[in-house]
Design a protein around this ligand. Structure first.
Ligand SMILES: Cc1cc2nc3c(=O)[nH]c(=O)nc-3n(C[C@H](O)[C@H](O)[C@H](O)COP(=O)(O)O)c2cc1C
Length: 379
């Protein structure tokens, strides 16, 4: 079983992820992990902090001579602006943050809650997910995330090869696939910055070439749609998760929702086993299991809670009305959010993959995967 725990405070010494149950025998490359960390720090609308730090992963355990051992893999990202011990507490809780509730729950400080609630934690979730992508790539599976909408500005959907889509996304200031919408998006972020306001939006992640049968219909907590929703919803500021058509499915009759099944024997070798669908409204998941189509996950990010023009709050010491506290903050972290969702989905896919084809080593996994593909072709 693949498990992930993270530790660390936003302005603490470092962030840590422990990835337990990762198979032996994968030769890993830290460069793509660092690229993902860099992408997480980028995007239009970020605050000053991102410019101070350049995140770099340090893999501290579980690897020998560049290859995983099957023992827990510890990934560390050091905070170059460590200053937690010098930071003061906040007195005026920010609406939309855990400040008020956390201080009451722990009978303690706001600082003690915000330091851990902060999305800085996602640096190591991204590092762990980026490592999982290297495992998935051994089986031809790719995970790709991008922004589809900022506030009211929707982008146009794009088709193309993964390389074409990556080129488009990586040239976009907001990690979209639509250069025309980018102009409007940048202008809207500039306007919100001037107004002291913040913005959210939608991100989409696709998982290409998953095999049949990841996840399970048999028990509620093994359903892969549920597991993906949980892991994506756990990301800071995510307030909605959809799979495939999502909420739109509720607005259509069944004849315009379900993906009709056809068979094309010329494609039996690929993960679809020759079963083809003209549509993918299910987003690659039926009854909690992958159905050989691409997985499509969409997530809604709320606007950042810390506003330069702060909202109304209370001074916890005096109980008098005052404006909420302001700490250096992002105006829009939607681009970063697409990177986080991508890598969190990669972790959950690797977890599901190991559940089905798991073994102690990559070699054993490959043997199991090949055997299943052979057997499934006879069905
Ligand atoms: C990439 C990213 C960056 C974020 N940056 C900030 C920020 O600079 N300031 C802020 O107040 N909230 C920021 N947030 C959102 C808060 O972390 C989040 O709203 C808060 O922890 C409360 O959790 P909740 O929104 O899930 O309820 C960010 C979220 C993400 C995903």
């Amino acid at each position: 079983m693949l498990r992930l725990l993270t530790a660390g405070e936003s302005h603490g010494k470092l962030l840590l992820a422990v990835l337990d149950g990762f198979p032996a025998g994968l030769t890993i490359d830290t460069a793509p992990i660092n690229r993902e960390l860099e992408r997480r720090q980028g995007g239009y609308g970020r605050g000053g902090r991102q410019k101070l730090e350049t995140d770099v992963v340090d893999i501290q355990t579980g690897v020998w001579q560049g290859t995983t051992l099957g023992s827990p893999v510890t990934l560390a990202v050091v905070n170059s602006d460590y200053k937690l011990e010098r930071l003061k507490d906040l007195e005026r809780p920010r609406p939309g943050h855990g400040d008020l509730t956390g201080a009451i729950k722990y009978l303690g400080s706001i600082r003690g809650v915000l330091e851990r609630a902060s999305a800085r934690e996602t640096a190591v979730r991204v590092a762990a997910g980026a490592l999982c992508k290297q495992l998935l790539a051994e089986f031809g599976i790719a995970v790709f995330g991008y922004v589809t909408q900022l506030e009211q500005i929707a982008t146009q959907p794009r088709e193309g090869t993964l390389d074409e889509l990556k080129t488009l996304r990586d040239a976009s200031p907001m990690y979209t696939l639509d250069p025309d919408a980018d102009k409007q998006i940048v202008a809207r972020v500039d306007q919100a910055t001037e107004q002291g306001d913040t913005l959210g939006g939608l991100v989409e992640v696709k998982v290409f070439h998953p095999p049949f049968g990841l996840g399970s219909h048999a028990q509620w907590d093994c359903k892969l749609d549920g597991l993906l929703a949980q892991s994506v919803m756990s990301i800071q500021a995510i307030k909605g998760v959809e799979i495939g058509l999502g909420f739109e499915a509720a607005r259509r009759p069944g004849s315009q929702v379900h993906d009709e099944i056809a068979f094309d024997p010329s494609q039996t070798a690929d993960p679809t086993l020759g079963y083809v669908r003209r549509t993918n409204n299910a987003g690659g998941l039926e009854a909690g299991m992958t159905n050989g189509q691409s997985i499509v996950v969409r997530a809604a990010m709320k606007p950042i809670s810390t506003l330069r023009k702060p909202l109304a709050s209370i001074n916890l010491a005096t109980k008098e009305p005052e404006s909420a506290a302001y700490e250096r903050s992002d105006v829009c972290a939607l681009a970063a959010c697409s990177v986080i969702v991508e890598n969190v989905v990669a972790f959950t896919m690797a977890q599901a993959f190991l559940e089905k084809f798991g073994g102690d080593s990559l070699t054993e996994m490959k043997a199991r995967y090949d055997l299943f593909q052979q057997l499934a072709q006879q069905r």
